[in-house]
Ligand binder design. Structure first.
Ligand code: NCD
Length: 361
């Protein structure tokens, strides 16, 4: 099956061959954007942009991408103005919008919400961030930048720093990096280190709390903000905010060709004094969101060929009525009509098929 008409719920839905096909089309989009020549590619197509959580870059770059392709956009940025406020379920909202539009982009605070949406949609659904679970199109943007500007991803030493527990961008990034020969260092306070779920079997990372000690070895420093909205106890957030701050003084220890990346928004983790350093690439990184999302829209709408590419093997899924996900942030707890499902991996490992939290039956 080609990329055409498929949903992208996790970055695992994209095989490495498909990743490079997305990059190929995105490179062409970079050129076409300069000459404004992409305007007819998606003429007559409609994107629905459903944002149940705040967003600047993701929503606007998806909408810009569709407009730049000549398509049109409908949607909402405030679910309290939709029928959700009257008690409509996510499944019903999605079914209706999917009967109006050709493709859906969804951001939602619940983990696994986009899986649930894709299960109820006859048209592709793209995950624009589902709680602390994943943000696959940010990863496509991040990897495209490294591919395009750095000439490749293999061989890099990448440091992931900040809130690795709740940061969905690093969860998708870690998953995608298993396809590449990279050295990975996770820099976070112990309580905010990566949870076990995003790791692939055999994937190794080094962990530290000390950024100063490792910054000099890194080729890429991927900063993230402490995810205030995901903490149950606001005191915990207060404890960790400001743990890491990139300053010109700290950067004196870093390589001259370091890439300082950040999915943005930044809060206090990168000093404004760093913005003029040639190593600060985060604003350019955000700009790549447009050509990458243009490429993805074209491929998923079937307007670019991807038929000869091997898709990733689909996970084996079992409906288990004796299963209840232990993750309180999982969509199955707020949308109780969803049938409990587990993903069974070849290793025997089981996960909730929505939020992908490890399951014990
Ligand atoms: C990120 C997100 O929403 O997960 N932002 C983005 O989409 N570029 C990062 C964040 O909010 O910290």
């Amino acid at each position: 099956m080609a990329l055409a008409h498929r949903s992208i719920v996790t970055i695992d839905d994209v095989s490495v061959e498909e990743l490079f096909r997305i990059f190929e089309v995105a490179e062409r989009m970079c050129v076409e954007l300069r000459s404004r020549s992409s305007i007819h590619h998606a003429l007559g197509y409609l994107l629905a942009s459903l944002f149940f959580e705040p967003s600047t870059r993701t929503r606007l770059s998806f909408e810009t991408a569709m407009h730049r392709l000549g398509g049109r956009v409908i949607g909402f940025t405030d679910a309290s103005m939709s029928s959700v406020a009257k008690g409509e379920t996510l499944a019903d909202t999605v079914r209706i919008v999917a009967s109006y539009a050709d493709i859906l982009v969804l951001r939602h605070p619940r983990e696994g919400s986009v899986r649930a949406a894709a299960d109820h949609s006859p048209v592709p659904v793209i995950n624009a961030g589902d709680g602390g679970h994943e943000h696959p199109t940010q990863t496509l943007t991040d990897l495209f930048m490294l591919h395009y500007e750095r000439g490749g991803i293999d061989g890099l030493h990448i440091g992931l720093c900040g809130d690795l527990k709740y940061g969905r961008t690093v969860h998708s990034l870690l998953r995608a990096l298993r396809h590449f020969d990279v050295r990975l260092t996770c820099i976070a306070p112990k309580a905010l280190q990566l949870p076990p779920e995003p790791f692939s079997p055999g994937q190794k990372v080094e962990c530290t709390e000390n950024l100063e000690e490792v910054i000099g070895e890194l080729d890429v420093l991927y900063m993230t903000r402490i995810q205030k909205e995901r903490f149950e106890d606001p005191k915990e957030y207060e404890r960790y905010k400001g743990t890491y701050i990139i300053t010109p003084e700290l950067l004196e220890r870093a390589k001259p060709d370091l890439f300082i990346m950040h999915p943005l928004p930044r809060v206090d983790e990168i000093s404004y004094r760093v913005d003029t350093d040639h190593r600060a690439v985060y604003f350019g990184q955000a700009a790549y969101g447009v050509p990458v999302r243009m490429a993805l829209l074209l491929l998923l709408l079937g307007l670019e060929d991807s038929s000869d590419l091997p898709p990733p093997p689909p996970p084996q899924v079992e409906y288990r009525h004796d299963f209840r996900c232990s993750n309180p942030r999982c969509i199955t707890h707020s949308e109780p009509y969803l049938a409990p499902k587990v993903e069974v991996r070849s290793s025997g490992e089981m996960r909730c098929a929505y939020c992908q939290r490890f399951a014990s039956l």
